[in-house]
Design a protein around this ligand. Structure first.
Ligand code: RET
Length: 306
């Protein structure tokens, strides 16, 4: 049976002059399949760990599930809107003459959910304190929202949003490169090794996204099928390959070494250790011995048990 998605969904949203073909749709569905298989592998391997050691599996599963749904939408030619192009390129052999271009807003919904999760994967591995992680995630969300608004703006003002997004992105890069590296180095061993491998990969890949945007939603240089391949290859590395490396790196890392003291229901309350580790990393759910669970980062609660 052939791929009939473009016909079936032809009248769901308005059609752009320049849109994906069946090749682009096939490719999006193929990436959807890889995300789904990866998701099943991550969920399956999570059962080899005790519940208190599954945080990184849960984060990765959330990333892959979101991506699978986003790629299903794009393969189906859904989650898109035609936007007037800024640059009409009548003589360009790469793109056909177009008044409007298909912009997949669903891509940014995916990124809004998955890029904070990817940053959590990475920055929790470095043992960063939660306020630092939170600010990096806020900058990341500003980046994604500016990317979306810029893609939807037809005039040259889209580049204003591109600029804001790039500034926010540089803050994220700084958090990984400077803050993350420093904390991971303090923890050393397989923590440092895993962080460095996944961090270098993240920075390299993430720098390619604004280039894809500039050639697609921004500059209208490449065809939406080319856009599908560009973003698709990036997403395959940034999600399944990244996740595989990260979870492999975590196979012999005890989450408590990262300050992640996770007490599952049924575990005795004082089974959660309170010893201090190098660096000022987050102590999520740290038990303070007084019947209270402090929210992290060496906070002391003054309340005493009655
Ligand atoms: C945008 C807009 C223009 C400026 C910049 C951007 C950066 C996007 C990035 C996206 C990363 C996505 C990932 C997806 C997950 O698989 C929004 C394109 C800097 C870095 C990692």
């Amino acid at each position: 049976m052939g791929n009939d998605a473009l016909n079936v969904n032809a009248n769901v949203f308005q059609k752009a002059d320049l849109a994906i073909t069946t090749h682009g749709s096939d490719w999006y569905f193929a990436v959807c399949a890889v995300m789904t298989v990866s998701l099943l592998i991550v969920v399956g391997t999570s059962f080899t760990k005790p519940p208190s050691h599954r945080l990184f599996h849960y984060i990765s599963a959330g990333i892959l599930l979101t991506a699978a749904i986003a790629y299903f939408s794009m393969g189906s030619d859904l989650g898109q809107v035609p936007i007037q192009v800024e640059f009409v390129r009548p003589n360009n052999h790469l793109v056909r003459n177009a008044g409007t271009r298909e912009i997949f807003w669903v891509r940014y919904v995916d990124w809004f959910i998955t890029t904070p999760l990817l940053l959590m994967d990475l920055l929790l591995t470095a043992g960063l304190p939660w306020p630092t992680i939170m600010i990096a995630i806020l900058a990341d969300e500003a980046m994604v929202v500016c990317g979306l608004v810029g893609a939807l703006v037809p005039t040259s003002y889209k580049w204003g949003y591109f600029t804001f997004a790039t500034v926010a992105f540089l803050y994220v890069v700084w958090a990984i490169l400077i803050e993350g590296r420093r904390h991971a180095a303090a923890l050393g061993g397989s923590i440092q090794r895993t962080f460095n491998i996944c961090g270098v990969m993240t920075i390299f890949l993430w720098f390619l996204y604004p280039i894809a945007w500039g050639l697609s939603e921004g500059g209208n240089v490449i065809h939406p099928d080319g856009e599908a391949v560009f973003y698709g290859v990036l997403d395959l590395f940034a999600k399944p390959v990244f996740t595989g490396l990260l979870l492999w790196g975590h196979r012999d890392i005890d989450p408590t070494a990262l300050g992640l003291h996770i007490r599952e229901a049924g575990m005795p309350v004082n089974s959660v250790k309170t010893e201090h580790h190098a660096g000022d990393h987050a102590h999520i759910g740290e038990y303070n011995g007084q019947g209270n669970v402090a929210a992290g980062n060496h906070q002391q609660t003054t309340a005493t048990a009655p």
